[in-house]
Each structure stands twice: as structure tokens, then as C-alpha cells.
Design a protein around this ligand. Structure first.
Ligand code: ZN
Length: 145
């Protein structure tokens, strides 16, 4: 007799997985208790046991993502201000706004960049043909395996 194996969660579509990452949640199960403070992401999800950093240095992608978001927001702000004020560019307010964007935005986006990158890595992991959704095995059948 085959053991009773039920998936413990429903696999979400890729946009939902990325959205979960943007919302600082586990990309696989949407668990929100994966943070130990603003900067400390747990190693694994307490619910589905997904490992967030697949390998050492795996969050280099998150850093790049955070940098790209900050630079993009700053470039948009700079372009809008320059287009609206040339030739009388307000240098001091522009400098203050630049510092604010390039310091505050990366701090705010930091946890989101990590879980968003974890979501990207999870989607890569899930695309492997050997990937299996975590399953609940009936403990009564465990000794039969
Ligand atoms: Zn999870």
C-alpha cells in the first residue's frame, strides 16, 4: 500500500510568489513570521522550511536589486526636477532630496529586496524537474516506508 502523501500547501503562480516577496513574506507559503527585526531574515521559513539563502553570498542579488531600485527612483526624481526647473536648478534642495532618497529608500526596501530575491531563487528552485511540494506524511504510515 502506498503511503498517504498530501501536499501541505498549494503552489502559487509566479506573480503571487513575487508579490509575497515584495510583501516581506515567505515566497512559498506566505508566512510573515520570517523576520527577526528589520534587518535579520530567518535562515528557513518556520512553516514550510524553505531555505531563503540558497548558498553563501546568495543575497548579492538582493543587494543589486536594492541598489537598482534606489538609483532608478533617484534618476526619475532628478529627471523630473531638472525638466521642471532648468535653467534655475535648486541645487541645495536637489542635493537634500538625493541624499534622502539614496539613504531612506534602500533602508526601507532592504527587507523587501531580500524576500523578493528569495522569491526569485525559489522560482528557480521550483523550475527544477526534481522539485517536490512539501508533503505531509501520515505518521501511521511512516513505519511502512
Ligand atoms: Zn514558508
Amino acid at each position: 500500500m502506498a503511503p498517504i502523501v498530501r501536499p501541505i500547501l498549494q503552489e502559487a503562480s509566479w506573480p503571487i510568489v513575487l508579490l509575497r516577496g515584495l510583501r516581506k513574506r515567505c515566497p512559498r507559503c506566505a508566512e510573515r513570521r520570517i523576520w527577526n527585526g528589520w534587518f535579520a531574515l530567518a535562515t528557513r521559513c518556520p512553516r514550510c522550511l524553505l531555505r531563503f539563502e540558497a548558498e553563501s553570498g546568495g543575497f548579492l542579488g538582493a543587494m543589486t536589486l536594492n541598489y537598482a531600485v534606489a538609483i532608478s527612483a533617484w534618476a526619475v526624481m532628478l529627471g523630473v526636477v531638472l525638466a521642471a526647473t532648468v535653467p534655475d536648478v535648486p541645487v541645495a534642495p536637489l542635493l537634500a532630496a538625493s541624499v534622502a532618497i539614496l539613504v531612506a529608500l534602500p533602508l526601507w526596501f532592504y527587507p523587501r529586496s531580500k524576500t523578493l530575491w528569495a522569491a526569485v531563487e525559489f522560482l528557480v528552485l521550483r523550475s527544477d524537474p526534481d522539485y517536490r511540494t512539501p508533503a505531509y506524511r501520515d505518521p501511521r504510515t511512516r513505519e511502512l516506508e
